[in-house]
Design a protein around this ligand. Structure first.
Ligand SMILES: [Zn+2]
Length: 449
């Protein structure tokens, strides 16, 4: 396939914006980028995708999400509103994830994946929980990802909150699915695996030890860390150590380990994350919604921590997350100089691309260049001031909207063209989710009776 008549944003380092250039795609990869006239002569027979003056850029990447959370939309929490994050967990997320069957898990993933395709997010790192449907849950999600055509990294969150047997089942689900991903190209290599842990506050010393023993060589963990201060208090109570120190003590800070949030870590924990090369993901919309505070992501980046950007399942609109990341630090610190848009791009583009590539045999993701995977979006944005490599991050923060994404492609396959989904039937999938929702909500509400 040849993409013509677009303006390319390559997101190389340094970034380049290229006019009158075409992109030649073959075997799921970008083969060649060059002057359009030259490539049209070189590949006269190949199928063409006319970008019609739009921007052609790599698909967005989400470094931390929860496909299982879709049925929370519109759900009324019984009784008084949760007063803090621990109550949000105990009144919303934990009874909700216990209400999911494998069929619900599949439907929840499917609607989330449609949201991602429509809004130009092509790779997602998911963190799954369904305590009453653990075995095989990652296969069900992998199948949904396969059908969607997107790219994803999956794991199951191990926790002690539902007893020892379910903690063991969670460990087994991770180990089994990681094994499957090592022996099989799941979804033509578009699905990878990592080892999920809920959070220090729901993991005992012995379960952390079992996870360390169970994790295969070369695989990291994906865990929530210090999202609320209670995680730190709990860790100090259990071990006398702060959360990151405790995880380090248990061998959790491995290559490719992802730490979500890190809102309440101290400077020594930041140093430990940096020394161990740990990936931290920032989810400002979720943090604001839960009232947990703002992660010191600028300080973390100055200390050498690789900070990425996720959505926590808030919707797969990465530029919305960019905007929130950009604004949050300014109000939090009462200083408009905080969090430049280029720092947001560092997280949302460069660090996300580097992290996600690790799960796909060091593939090049998130860049338009020969050899990179052909995960590409077309964006119908018409700037009325000059758009340059230097000011692009600010154009994105102030001018880009996910509704401008008209075409989404993954591994060279077009999943949405001119805003029409080509692989999935949205009406059908949302109707199925709506038909399952009353059952999920009923099982959720029954836990309060
Ligand atoms: Zn999360």
């Amino acid at each position: 396939m040849l993409i013509t008549n677009g303006t390319l944003i390559t997101w190389e380092e340094p970034n380049r914006i290229l006019e009158h250039q075409a992109v030649y795609i073959s075997n799921a990869h970008i083969e060649e980028i060059g002057p359009q006239e030259e490539l049209l002569r070189k590949y006269p027979q190949v199928e063409r995708l006319d970008a019609e003056g739009q921007y052609v850029m790599p698909g967005n990447i989400c470094a931390h999400t929860h496909f299982y959370g879709a049925f929370a939309r519109g759900l009324a929490i019984p009784g008084r509103a949760p007063k803090d994050f621990p109550e949000i967990l105990s009144k919303l997320w934990w009874p909700l994830d216990k209400s999911l069957t494998l069929e619900d898990v599949s439907a929840s993933a499917q609607v989330m994946l449609i949201d991602a395709i429509k809004h130009g997010t092509t790779t997602l790192i998911d963190h799954h929980a369904s305590p009453n449907a653990i075995d095989g849950s990652l296969d069900v999600i992998a199948e949904a990802v396969d059908r969607s055509g997107l790219r994803a990294v999956l794991c199951y969150e191990v926790t002690d909150r539902d007893g020892e047997a379910k903690a063991r089942a969670g460990i087994n689900e991770n180990v089994r699915f990681i094994g499957r991903s090592l022996h099989e190209r799941i979804a033509d290599g578009r699905v990878a695996a990592t080892f999920g842990l809920h959070a220090s506050l729901t993991l005992s010393e012995s379960t952390l030890e079992k996870c360390r023993q169970a994790v295969p060589e070369g695989v990291g963990f994906h865990i929530h860390v210090a999202e609320h201060e209670v995680d730190e208090y709990d860790s100090l109570g259990k071990s006398g150590m702060r959360v990151v120190d405790r995880l380090d003590h248990h061998g959790i800070l491995r290559p490719n380990t992802i730490v979500a949030h890190a809102v309440h870590v101290d400077s020594v924990e930041i140093a430990l994350l940096s020394e161990n090369g740990i990936w931290v993901t920032h989810q400002p919309r979720s943090n604001m919604n839960n009232g947990v505070g703002a992660a010191e992501v600028e300080s973390m980046m100055r200390a050498g921590v690789k900070v990425c950007l996720g959505t926590d399942g808030f919707s797969h609109t990465m530029w919305e997350e960019w905007k929130t990341a950009y604004l949050l630090q300014k109000i939090w610190h009462h200083d408009p100089r905080r969090m430049s848009a280029s720092d947001v791009a560092r997280m949302g583009i460069y660090n996300n691309a580097c992290l996600s590539g690790k799960f796909f045999q060091d593939a090049i993701l998130g860049k338009l260049l020969p050899g990179a995977l052909a995960d590409i979006i077309l964006v119908d944005y018409h700037p009325y001031t000059s758009l340059t490599e230097a000011n692009l991050p600010w154009h994105i923060v102030f001018g880009f909207h996910e509704s401008m994404v008209t075409t989404t492609m993954v591994a060279g396959k077009v999943l949405m063209k001119d805003r029409q989904l080509l692989q999935l039937d949205e009406e059908d999938i949302t109707a199925r989710a709506r038909s399952l929702a009353p059952g999920v909500w009923q099982r959720y509400k029954a836990q309060f009776d």
